[in-house]
Structures are given as C-alpha cells and as structure tokens.
Design a binder for this molecule. Sequence first.
Ligand SMILES: *Cc1c(COP(=O)(O)O)cnc(C)c1O
Length: 388
Amino acid sequence: MKKPVYLDYAATTPVDPAVADAMVAHLTLDGVFGNPASRSHAYGWQAEAAAEGARGEVAALIGADPREIVWTSGATESNNLALKGVMEGQAPGHIVTSAIEHKAVLDTCAWLETQGHQVTYLVPDAEGCITRAQVEAALTGNTRLVSLMLVNNELGVVTDVASIGAMLRERGVLFHVDAAQAAGKMPVSVSGLQVDLMSFSAHKVYGPKGVGALYVRRSPDVVVRPQIHGGGHERGMRSGTLATHQLVGMGAAFALAAEHLSVEAERLEQLRTRFLDTVLAVPGVVLNGSGAARVPGIMNLSFEGLEGEALMLGLRELAVSSGSACASASLAPSYVLKALGRSDEQAHSALRFSFGRFTTEAEVGFAAGLVAQVVVQLRNARGNRRAL
Ligand SMILES: *Cc1c(COP(=O)(O)O)cnc(C)c1O
C-alpha cells in the first residue's frame, strides 16, 4: 500500500538522517557507549563530552547557559518537573494557566489541585489568544507560578510570552513556558522572553522520541525539587544515567534547527499560502485562530457542516489529525476549540494539517486539491440525501 502523505508534523517529526547518524555513533562497542558518569576511564570521559556537547547545542538554540539545561524524557516530563518541582510539598499556592494548554500541563495542574493548590484556567479569546492583561488580572497575592505555552499544538497560535514575562518578572512570579511546538519553528530566547522555566521535546524538532529538556534559570528564586530521585544527576533535579545517544540526537537536532530556522520558516510560509489559497476558496472552510500571530507550519481548519471523522475517511491519502494526537484517542471534541467558544459541531468538523522539513510543494498541491475535492463531494452527497 502506498503510504499517505505525512501532514502531521505537529504530532511528531521523522528523525533527520543526520541526527540518526549521530545517534548510531553513540551506541555500540566501536562507538561512544560509556556511562557519562564514569569518571575513572576514557569511555566515561568521551560519553560525558558527548552529553555536554549536546547540552551546549540545546542551550545555544534558546540563548541559555548550558548549566541551565536539565535533561528529561520529553516535554511531558519537563512540564511535570517544572510544575510539581515548584509547587509540590510547599504551602498551598496559586497557579495561573490556560484552558488550551497541553494535557501534560492541565493534568499536572489537576493533580496539584488535589494537593491543596489552587489553579486558575484562563479562557482565550475566539482566536486562541491569552493576553498579558488577562494574566495580570488573575494574579493574587499567593500566585507562585504562571504556566503558558509559547505555540499551541492544535492551532499554531503564538502567545505573547515576552510581554507577559516582563510583567511577571516585575511582580516576582515564576513563569514556566511549554515551548515544545516553538523550538525550531520561531526564534526562542530565554532571556528575551524573561521566562524562568521552559520545556522542550526532541521529537517535535526532527530528533528522537523519549528525550527532552527543561530550561531552569540560574537564580536563587528558581527552585525545582526533584521528582525522580537517585544518583543526583542533573544537579540533583533529575536522576538517572544520561542516555547519551538520545542527548546527542537532541543536540544534533537543535543544532540543525538553528541552521534551518529562517529559510525553513519562509519556505513553510509559502507552502501554507499555497495550501490555504486553494482550501479557503471552498465555501464554509474556516482557519481557526486566523486573527492571531501564528507559526506557519500548523493549520487548523473547520469544515462547516461536515464531520472531521467523515472527512478523514475521504482523505485517507493524507496523514492528518483531528485535534491533537494525545486527545484523538477519545471521541470528545477538541477541548482547545471548545475553549475558543466553538460549538461541539464546529469542533467536530475540524482537522489539523501540519507541514515540516520534508513536506514538498507537490505534496501540498496534491493535499490542497484533494481537500477541496472531497469537501465538495461530501457536501453534494449530503445535498442529494436531503433532496431524496
Ligand atoms: C508534544 C508536546 C508535548 C509532549 O512532549 P513529549 O516529548 O511527547 O512528552 C508537550 N507540549 C506540547 C505543546 C507538545 O506539542
């Protein structure tokens, strides 16, 4: 069977072949396989050098000091470590987040509520934006942490994190940002954005699954208590033998991302224009979050009067998703679109298309033509059924 065209880069990306090569060189006897914590021989020293080199590459993409990077198993763990690490075991405090965060933030907040903490879930406007004024109005004397995502994984909408960060720094409130969908897609600078904690994942940036990082600003104000104990790795914040090949993969992926960033953003912008020109010309097709600042690779479209699931059946030659991969196991409509004020019907009629490094113009042309054709066909079929 011919594989469908992959248009689901927001769910995960293929590992770049150069990244895979770098990883393979850190596994076998003839490669760098040692334990980075082995201090008594060259195998350990080489592995440590590889891990530290990768740490430097991740830090470089986001303008951090390498000592501010804590390795994790992915952005899910990074979000857990940031939120629980700041709040857990402390006197009850208040967190501000939003209703359109990734489940790794929302479920962690729900758990912290069971531990006596209070959480405010900000509701975005109809375009998916959370504003600085909204965040400021939600702060109480007891607010310890604000957690917002930089780029929303379902919509591609960008939060004005720089302005919110400046306000929070002034107010002395810690700021965590989930940047899993931002890294490699737009410039990200931890100092420019004035964040204290920031989550990253390798597999959204052409690196391997199962590795990520948490940026922890070096300051006595930013204290993150470990969630995984043993061995005292990562300055005590996250124990466990460093997975050298995974770290090298993430480092290589982030270095490549820095190289590709500006050219790639422009190319994706062109592909997006080409796609939307065709698809939005079909009546009743709406781009969700169109009025907001967005990254070019992620497009969430609602198809008035049609079921996303029926549409996907007609689009079997395309690999796309309804909502996010994490939520699509359930048949409930996207909680993100619901938070934007869309009806169940509108939320059910949405599909996410996401483009990336290996998406070609021919693929986008094919996808756009197919979507337009299938939407018209489904509408006609419905019309005919009505007429009978
Ligand atoms: C993918 C994603 C995550 C989870 O990252 P994993 O590395 O898969 O755990 C968290 N937040 C956002 C915004 C994501 O897109």
